[in-house]
Structures are given as C-alpha cells and as structure tokens.
Design a protein around this ligand. Structure first.
Ligand code: NDP
Ligand code: GDR
Length: 374
C-alpha cells in the first residue's frame, strides 16, 4: 500500500528536501501551501505533479496554519498516514517584530493540526512530526544540549515553538497519538532562505565578489551555532516516524562554529581571503586576496561590516547539540561536515551570482531585501 504523507511548509527549505526524500521512498506526497499573489514554489517546482504526467509527484493544497478550516478540509481529503508539521514563521528576528503572528502560526497552528487529527479521528492511524528547535534551549545552562536539557527560550519564536513542543507531547500522553518532536539544531543548504545568516553570507559574498553588491551587513559575529545540512536532517525527521514508539530526539552535529568562522570559510570557498579587523560595531572584514574569476575586488576592499539593526533584543549566544539518542535509536548521524556544507552553499551562490552578472537571472531581490531585511 502506498503511504501518504502530508507536509505543512512544503515550499520551505526542509519541505523541499523532505518531499524529495519521501518521493524517493515511494510515498504519495501532499503539501499545504499558502495562497499568495505570486509564485513561491521554486524550491519544489521540479517535484510538482503536472496533470498530464504519468508519474505522481507532489500534490499541492491551499491551506494556512492560521486557518483551522483549511487544515481540516485538507486533512479530511488527503487522509494521511504521516503528517510533518514544518510550516512556521521561522525567522527568530522577525518574531520580535511579529510576535502575535508567530504565536498564531507556530504555536496555535500546531494545536490546530493536532486537534483536526482528533476531530477527524485520524489519531489511531496517522503519525505526527513536529518541527521543534534548538531555540527551545535558548539561554543554555549546560553544554552540549540533549533531550534532558531544560528549556529557556529567548524569543517569541522560541516561546511559540515551546508551546508547540508541549502540546505535541500532550496529545501523545492524553490521546495516545504517535506524535513526536525533532529538536533540530540549525540546518542549512543552498536553498536556505536568504535572510538566515548562513545564506545571507554565501549569497552576499558571492554577489560582492562579482560587483553586484558592495558589502554584507551583519550583526553578532560571536554567535555560536551547530550547523548541519538540511538534506541529512530531513532523514532524521522521517526516521522518527518509523519507530515502534514515539519519542523526541535532538538532531545535531555536535560541532560549533561562530558566525565569523562561517564568513571566513565561505570567503575561502569562492576564492576570497578575508581578514577581520577592528572590534565591536567597528569590526569589519577586508579582502586580503581575491582569486575569483571576473571579480573586480581589490585587496583592502571592506566586504563585511556590522550594523546594529541585525542584533536581537535577546540573543541566543551559543548552541551545540548531543545527538547520541538519535545515533543509538534511529541509527542517524550527520553525513556532511561544516566545511562541506559551507563550500556547497558558497559554490552554489557563486554560480547564481555569475548567472545574475550575465543577466541570465534577475536578482529576485530588490535592494531593499538584500540590504535591510536580513
Ligand atoms: P522555512 O522558513 O524555509 O519554511 C517555512 C515554511 O512554512 C514555508 O513553506 C512557509 O510558506 C510556511 N509557512 C509560513 N507561515 C505559514 C502559515 N501561516 N501557514 C502555512 N504555512 C506557512 O523553514 P525551514 O524549512 O528552514 O524549517 C522548517 C521547520 O523547521 C520550521 O518550522 C522551522 O521553524 C523549524 N526548524 C528549522 C530549523 C533550521 O535550521 N532550518 C531548525 C529547527 C527547526 P511560504 O513559502 O509561503 O513562506
Ligand atoms: P537562528 O538562525 O536565529 O539560529 O534560527 P539565523 O541564521 O537567523 O541566526 C543565527 C545567528 O547569527 C546571528 N547573526 C545574524 N542572523 C541573521 N539572520 N542575520 C544577520 O545579519 C546576522 N548577523 C549575526 C544571529 O544573531 C544568530 O545568533 C534558525 C532558524 O532556522 C530557526 O527557525 C531555527 O529554529 C533555528 O535556526 C534552530
């Protein structure tokens, strides 16, 4: 029997990787997509099911996590065997500006899905995955963090996700749902949203190298994160729903780097040697050597600067995970190293910038997005 999966957030980074993984395993894949006035399916266009194609690919349904009836309707229609709740307002900095919307989508959205499962009596046969996050740990008391580490979220996003985490556990305990949360640490890829720091760096440095942008403005360079590859992490999401018992798992690489490390490595990956100079808000990175074909960057050019707008009202300074439970029980471990991840992202963004420089693709971003919103 073909298994049917329903994904919220299918147009996002993880949604695209997970949809591809599930299709490869023979699933019938359904995704919930928000109605928008312009197209936002570019990450999954290659997976889309054309009406005249014989091979079934992804089926898309309109719906919104803030709209219970839309979720109920899609779930009733699809009758999924597995639900992956990846949809969210997922940007931590944005959550300080839009706390109510973030709570509505990330916290109540999760409740709406679980309650729809209950109302439709799907709980007995349908398994539920919740996209929890290392942001639950926030201000950490112990390192590395594992499933027993106390939570102390530091943003409206983290707090909303904490509600989602607990309500998932509550439906497991109260109604016997097979519902579990993956506490995933940061995971990135060439299709990571451009406003997250990793992609902002790889995209920005590549564009600077080709003269398409002057400088990348960043916030806290000292922030430490445990960065893995999204392709590896969606495999863990699937594995969690294949177990005999539902359980929550930390998914991480166990290695930590600063934002500054990420900048240096991304520069090196495309042929830019960078040196950080100055301190505090005056810290900046200058190009000491440029070996990018066609680049007009002279040594001494300042390519990274600090801007106060990218600091957060409350910061999560340091995160690093211990994924021992996942390794033992799921047989999961990360396949991609930090260097491989950064190189893959930087190379992909260099290619994108080259196409942009040749006029083959538009920038897709106004100046506004690149220079202010990240
Ligand atoms: P993205 O931001 O790339 O994708 C988020 C998805 O959610 C998009 O498809 C977006 O749709 C959709 N979405 C946003 N608001 C709504 C809404 N109101 N109703 C329906 N869908 C909505 O996130 P990632 O793929 O990186 O992350 C997937 C999940 O995992 C998220 O829940 C995130 O919080 C969580 N997470 C991510 C980590 C990471 O490092 N990437 C780490 C830990 C957890 P649209 O395309 O229309 O904007
Ligand atoms: P994070 O990711 O907040 O960890 O949330 P992000 O890439 O946004 O920030 C990581 C760290 O870098 C610092 N930083 C900047 N961040 C952004 N976005 N832009 C900047 O210019 C900048 N300069 C420095 C941040 O302050 C932070 O410390 C991501 C999201 O995917 C969440 O959905 C997910 O739950 C967590 O990872 C785990």
């Amino acid at each position: 029997m073909t298994r049917r999966a329903l994904l919220t957030g299918i147009t996002g980074q993880d949604g695209a990787y997970l949809a591809e993984l599930l299709l490869g395993k023979g699933y019938e894949v359904h995704g919930i997509k928000r109605r928008t006035s312009s197209f936002n399916t570019e990450r999954i266009d290659h997976l889309y099911h054309e009406p005249d194609e014989a091979v079934p690919k992804v089926h898309l349904h309109y719906g919104d996590l803030t709209d219970s009836l839309s979720l109920l309707r899609v779930m009733q229609q699809v009758q999924p065997d597995e639900i992956y709740n990846l949809g969210a307002q997922s940007h931590v900095a944005v959550s300080f500006e839009d706390p109510e919307y973030t709570a509505d989508t990330d916290a109540l959205g999760t409740l709406r899905l679980l309650e729809s499962m209950r109302v439709l009596d799907l709980g007995g046969r349908c398994r539920f995955y919740q996209a929890s996050t290392s942001e639950l740990f926030g201000q950490v008391a112990t390192s590395p963090q594992d499933e027993t580490t106390p939570f102390h979220p530091r943003s409206p996003y983290g707090v909303a996700k904490l509600y989602a985490h607990w309500i998932t556990q509550n439906y497991r305990e109260a109604y016997g749902f097979f519902a579990c949360s993956g506490i995933l640490f940061n995971h990135e890829s060439p299709i990571r949203g451009e406003t997250f720091v990793t992609r902002k760096i790889t995209r920005g440095l590549a564009r600077c190298a080709l003269g398409l942008q002057q400088c990348v403005y960043l916030g806290n360079l000292d922030a430490r994160r445990d960065w893995g590859h999204a392709r590896d992490y969606v495999e863990a999401q699937w594995l969690m729903l294949q177990q005999a018992q539902p359980r929550d798992y930390v998914i991480a690489t166990g290695r930590q780097h600063t934002v500054r490390d990420f900048v240096r490595r991304a520069g090196a990956a495309i042929g830019l040697e960078l040196e950080f100079r100055g301190s505090g808000v005056d810290e900046h990175a200058v190009v000491t050597r440029c070996q990018v074909d066609g680049a007009g960057l002279a040594p001494g050019a300042v390519i990274v600067r600090i801007h106060p707008r990218y600091f957060r009202p409350a910061e999560v300074d340091t995160l690093v995970g211990n994924a021992a439970r996942a390794r033992v029980e799921l047989g999961w471990q990360p396949r991609t190293s930090f260097d491989q991840l950064v190189d893959e992202m930087a190379q992909a963004d260099l290619q994108l910038a080259l196409r942009e420089a040749r006029g083959l693709v538009g920038s897709r971003h106004g100046r506004h997005l690149i220079e202010t919103l990240n």
